[in-house]
Design a protein around this ligand. Structure first.
Ligand code: AMP
Ligand code: MN
Ligand code: MN
Ligand code: MN
Length: 273
């Protein structure tokens, strides 16, 4: 068994179609794959069809934007029923926020003399708008040499194109995912650069909000970090997940299937899927 329960398709900020993604998963001997696009369920149907052609179990997933303590967090919902009304209306809400934010970002760029609207339309071609789409439009128009540089010069706090957004709370996200019979886990827990005390406080609040797991193994964690996250999972009785956060083939630091297996003593999130 090989698990990768966090990746993106071109329905959000990924490079590949769900079909291509599932094909790549098969090439990498992944047995269980979750597609977890940002704030959309739109790629799941295609992914399920593709998975049926390979011997892959496709877990219906989503990565939801959330605000906790004034900070943006990502919560991955796994094993969700995409037709659940409560989840669907929550996702609609988040998608709407993304469109509102994108409009405000376009305005902010315009106030800096940068008109991205046409190029963005081409780059998006119907996807849920994300900052990487803006980064790509900036690259295409020559404002940055690559997306990394675009994320240094623009799109982050204090730079042109940054628009802060209040997303739903832990409780709201936990409610949507549990209503859809899914399991919610905190994505990439070390990406937020919290102190241990703050991380523990977050975990306490997550549990009250029915968010029951954390990603212990990601493509950016080393063995020492995974050991630390494993201990947290055991101490706080959390489910453990594995996710590469794969977006595209030109990011060798986050290859599909590259996150290590979990230590034997952990309770894997798939025991509940
Ligand atoms: P958004 O959810 O629209 O704010 O965009 C967040 C996404 O942007 C993340 O999921 C990453 O894929 C990407 N991202 C965030 N920061 C960076 C960065 N510094 N360089 C490249 N990609 C980034
Ligand atoms: Mn992303
Ligand atoms: Mn994320
Ligand atoms: Mn992600």
């Amino acid at each position: 068994m090989k698990y990768d329960l966090h990746c993106h398709s071109l329905f959000s900020d990924g490079q590949l179609s769900p079909t291509e993604l599932v094909g790549l998963a098969a090439e990498n001997d992944i047995s269980h794959l979750a597609l977890t696009d940002h704030d959309t369920l739109a790629g799941l149907e295609e992914a399920q069809l593709a998975a049926a052609q390979h011997s892959i179990s496709l877990v219906n997933g989503i990565e939801l934007s959330c605000t906790w303590n004034g900070q943006l967090l990502h919560i991955v919902g796994l094993g969700v029923e995409p037709d659940n009304d409560s989840l669907k209306s929550g996702v609609r809400e988040n998608k709407q926020r993304r469109h509102i934010r994108a409009g405000a970002m376009i305005e902010d760029f315009l106030s800096h003399g940068i008109d991205l609207s046409q190029e963005l339309e081409v780059v998006l071609s119907g996807a849920v708008p994300t900052r990487p789409h803006f980064a790509q439009a900036l690259v295409n128009l020559g404002y940055a040499k690559d997306k990394q540089q675009a994320f240094k010069r623009f799109l982050v706090r204090g730079k042109p194109g940054f628009v802060s957004m209040v997303w739903p709370s832990l409780h709201e996200i936990g409610d949507w995912v549990s209503a859809a019979n899914g399991v919610a886990v905190l994505a990439h827990p070390l990406r937020y650069k919290f102190t241990r005390t703050k991380l523990v406080r977050l975990i306490d609040e997550m549990k009250q909000a029915k968010i029951e797991g954390i990603e212990v193994s990601t493509s950016n964690t080393d063995l020492q970090q995974e050991d630390m996250l494993s201990k947290l999972a055991v101490q706080h009785d959390l489910l453990s997940s594995i996710g590469s956060d794969f977006h595209s083939l030109d990011q060798p630091w986050a290859r599909l299937g590259s996150a290590r297996p979990l230590a034997e003593h952990l309770q894997p999130v798939w025991s509940r899927l």
